[in-house]
Design a protein around this ligand. Structure first.
Ligand SMILES: [Fe+2]
Length: 292
């Protein structure tokens, strides 16, 4: 038996028809991984996995992230939730440590660009929705790369971009205090190739609001290039916009997509539970490929 799926938009996302028991069993894990790589976002409607089921599904698909932490100048250590299960909410009572970083979720980004090996994928299921707003959008960075001209591809494949926490968060909170900015600034920054040549042979753009500047390029040219690429990659034709229903499970490929949440009522108590799969390969530029 093979999985049944239907596209959610021409170039991004598929809805998968599968029962919860089959999904939890892992018997289709190989097919789901292949489809995730191909379609970027997978939607499972009406499954309503509880926390343990979500962890189990995650483990069938990859290496569930447990205990990863971030540390800022204020000494705060953020662990990846409860045994790999993180509650995503703006309510400090639900998640006091993460709430202050979630403002960046409103802007197009990849997760974990400050890491050498960014996370592979995220599993996300809603527990409480806002009555207004809160759709999540996903942009296919494979497709955005594929549609570039050959000349652009050749130029971009030579470039590296420095990613920083302050670049990711300052646009989301321009009235930050100097102390907040200092905490963001204290996080590690990392340089990644602008074009990722994946082990699969496919290539994608590595774009995110965390992308502060292109190495070795004049700041004005760097700013204009990153703005132009972000506008290119987030055109409607590359984007799937998901309107959430309770019971949904969405899995997205963090290595070939950006994501963002649209504004919603901060007092709504909107809450999602999230599992993250550890990455399996560093971002490698075409020029860094080992000779065969
Ligand atoms: Fe994110």
């Amino acid at each position: 038996m093979t999985l049944t799926s239907a596209p959610l938009s021409p170039r991004m996302g598929s809805e998968v028809k599968i029962g919860k028991a089959e999904l939890v069993s892992g018997q289709y894990a190989g097919e789901i991984r292949a489809l995730l790589d191909e379609r970027g976002v997978l939607l499972f409607r009406g499954l309503a996995p509880d926390d343990n089921e979500l962890r189990t599904i995650a483990r069938t698909l990859g290496d569930l992230r447990i205990g990863a932490s971030k540390r800022g100048a204020d000494g705060k250590v953020l662990t990846e939730g409860d045994e790999g299960l993180l509650k995503v909410s703006l309510d400090p009572e639900v998640n006091p440590d993460y709430a202050r970083f979630l403002i960046g979720n409103h802007l197009w980004h990849m997760d974990g660009t400050y890491e050498e090996i960014p996370p592979l994928a995220t599993l996300f299921t809603p527990f409480k929705l806002s009555k207004t707003g809160g759709d999540t959008c996903f942009a296919n960075t494979y497709a955005a790369y594929e549609d570039l001209s050959d000349g652009d591809k050749a130029e971009l494949e030579k470039l590296k971009v420095v990613h920083t926490m302050q670049a990711a968060l300052f646009p989301a909170k321009r009235d930050c205090t100097p102390e907040e900015f200092a905490v963001w600034h204290s996080y590690p920054q990392r340089s990644h190739p602008l074009v990722w040549h994946h082990r699969s042979g496919r290539k994608s753009l590595v774009l995110s609001t965390s992308g502060a500047y292109v190495e070795g390029m004049h700041p004005a040219e760097s700013h204009d290039l990153l703005q132009r690429l972000m506008a290119h990659a987030t055109q409607d034709k590359y984007v799937y916009r998901h309107k959430w229903q309770l019971g949904d499970l969405v899995i997205w490929d963090n290595t070939g997509a950006m994501h963002r949440v649209l504004p919603f009522d901060k007092e709504s108590g909107r809450e999602f539970h999230r599992c993250t799969l550890n990455g399996e390969e560093p971002i490698t530029a075409p020029s860094q490929e080992p000779a065969l």
